[in-house]
Ligand binder design. Structure first.
Ligand SMILES: Cc1ncc(COP(=O)(O)O)c(C=O)c1O
Length: 377
């Protein structure tokens, strides 16, 4: 009897548990010194520096990071935001939370990331932002996206929830656009249990974000980072309770300290999945630049219409699988959103299947996943 291999499993070890206990014993549970350490650690991974005028603002979730970034860009009622329909629910909800409308664009068949050649035909005078999301093992064509942004003046919000610790053409993710967001939720390669971060340009933007994440209070972050607070402050604009807590930040710092260990096995598993599954003619097993990414997931495409049966078979073989994702335009909440042709998306959402990928997978686990696919008839 083999044990069930989950799709996700965080690498939580004695370091994370010690950090959590330490932060609780400190007694300052809200935003404080660990959040500062976490922001510095994220900036380090992204190779940001004040000379480049790029800064990190930690928040409570990736969704909060998206919402605040859109508000900072100035997205509001009546505006449109171009996003792949093949994206996470958090992106659609963040757009709607601003009172704006998603406009769905198709993805590139090879990378499943936004297709830059389909964006400009969807731009109108209402378009305020383009969301570009790196998907699993693939990174968007950021040069083409930057060129579109430059040509049209429309900012890119880079959803890098899947690509923290990855790089694009040798540059760490976080440096490609005006706004980048990360998620550190329970299933991400690097987790804070729940957490998010925004990479933003300019100290003024940092100040505004620091207030917006703290329900609008203009408390100096520098004071909160010493585990204390001001009792008087102003409130200048709309804000939300979106700050990160010390407990979550402490766990995140210990995760970032072992990022090389976290990504090692997933990179190896991706290579083996590719090597051993890409010769099957009824699936597509993608080849990525596995050494350049901190892989979040490895997906296969089931080409012969038997995804449900394959999932059932893999489950019987002790292997869990996931579906990332359903198309945005398939949700009743979003069914009327404007869109271009979504031909690739409509095909991919029928085929996509996520395989288990985590840092503690043994060679035997990887063999078991491969066997569970190969033994399907
Ligand atoms: C692409 C993408 N964007 C945004 C999010 C939202 O992040 P969070 O779960 O931290 O709110 C996720 C979460 O899975 C995601 O996959």
């Amino acid at each position: 009897m083999t044990s069930q291999i989950p799709v996700f499993k965080p690498l939580i070890e004695k370091e994370e548990i010690a950090a959590a206990v330490e932060s609780l014993e400190l007694g300052w549970l809200g935003m404080g010194s660990y959040v500062k350490q976490f922001e510095e650690a994220v900036a380090d991974v992204c190779d940001l520096s004040p000379d480049r005028n790029k800064y990190v603002v930690a928040v409570s979730t990736g969704h909060a990071a998206l919402h605040l970034s859109l508000l900072m860009i100035g997205v509001g009622p009546g505006d449109e935001v171009i996003t792949p329909s093949f994206n996470n629910a958090a992106d659609f909800q963040a757009i709607r939370a601003c009172g704006a409308e998603p406009v769905f664009v198709d993805i590139d068949e090879d990378t499943l990331c936004i297709d830059p050649s389909k964006i400009e035909e969807l731009i109108t005078e209402k378009t305020k932002c383009i969301i570009a999301m790196d998907y699993d093992i693939f990174i968007c064509d950021h040069d083409s996206l930057a060129a579109i942004s430059h040509r049209t003046g429309i900012p890119i919000l880079h959803d890098a929830a899947h690509s923290f610790g990855s790089s694009y053409k040798g540059r760490p993710i976080g440096n490609q656009h005006q706004y980048t967001m990360f998620s550190f939720d329970p299933v991400k390669t690097v987790t804070c249990v729940d957490g998010g971060a925004i990479v933003v340009s300019g100290e003024d933007a940092v100040k505004r974000l620091q207030a917006k994440r703290l329900i609008g209070m203009t408390q100096p972050a520098a004071q909160m980072y010493t585990n204390s607070r001001a009792w008087t402050y102003d409130m200048e604009e709309l804000g939300f309770r979106y700050h990160m807590a010390n407990l979550h930040a402490a766990i995140g710092v210990s995760q970032i300290n072992k990022i090389d260990e976290i990504r090692k096995t997933p990179q190896q598993a991706c290579k083996r999945y590719y090597e051993e599954l890409s010769n099957l003619d009824w699936i597509d097993a993608p080849k990525g630049d596995f050494d350049a990414v901190n892989p979040f997931l490895y997906y296969i495409r089931v080409l012969n219409g038997t995804r449900a049966e394959l999932r059932e078979h893999m489950n019987q073989c002790g292997v869990d699988t996931g579906i990332h994702w359903q198309a945005g335009h398939s949700f009743s909440f979003l069914k009327d959103c404007r869109r271009g042709s979504l031909e690739v998306t409509d095909r991919i959402v029928q085929q996509i299947l996520s395989l288990p990928l985590h840092s503690k997978m043994s060679d035997g686990d990887i063999d078991q996943v491969i066997h569970s696919v190969r033994s399907f008839k």
